[in-house]
Design a protein around this ligand. Sequence first.
Ligand code: AMP
Length: 275
Amino acid sequence: MKAACRQVTRIGKTLGFVPTMGALHEGHLSLVRASKARCDVTAVSIFVNPLQFGPAEDLDKYPRTMERDTALLEQLGADLLFTPAVEEMYPAGAQTYVLVEGLSNKLDGASRPGHFRGVATVVAKLFEIVRPDFAFFGQKDAAQAAVLRKLVNDLDMDVEVVVCPIVRESDGLAMSSRNAYLTSEQRQQALVLYRSLLRVQAAVDHGERDSAKLIEIGKQVIANESGAKLDYFAIVDPDALELVADVSCGALVAVAAYVGATRLIDNILVTASSR
Ligand code: AMP
């Protein structure tokens, strides 16, 4: 993979990179399209990274659909596909980890200890293998995007992080590889995440600026769906992930909830137009 990527940049072509854990859906494919639109050559990785899963999480049952993924990427015209084995990425004796302190304990990092250390470590390794000019991530994982922007900035990495919009199903559910876990009843219940965000956006549109009140509105929507159990509902600065008291300057509204055993996340960026 290193040789193939160095060859691309040596001849002066721009290299775009889309890291994924596979089980590809339109959200992933939108990142590949964004890369193809912006870069001469597009590399994709598929690696279910054990380091970002907690001991009680879904590493073993995480969907793996490599043949289908490969066909989709070929169809789309991705140029390079990297699918390392776990032992290649983490040979016995590896002792180095990357931790973006502070940010890694916020939002999903608070609920999933060690998650962002796993993410930052694998992305730093992948960036060193690929050395892309641009790397494409989804706004779906808003906290991850903040952690990775900080990683690249703090370590002076020569890559531009591009964050692309959330791709949704026609009824609003944010696409996720984990949606495959949902029964048809849970699939309906899962819509409550986006509904709670839209309710908050509507309240902002009606002039509400107070984050505490907006959070209450969002939490209430989740509470009304008996099939969902709230993990967090937060209104934060999209870079620092710190709570903001009001949304006048814009904010990230982020929600995480369990539907059955499946943990789902979603978010919107609210902008408060002056009234
Ligand atoms: P994953 O395979 O879940 O690690 O995701 C790989 C990349 O795809 C990450 O940058 C995600 O943020 C992005 N992604 C996942 N779901 C979506 C979605 N519905 N819309 C846009 N990007 C997404």
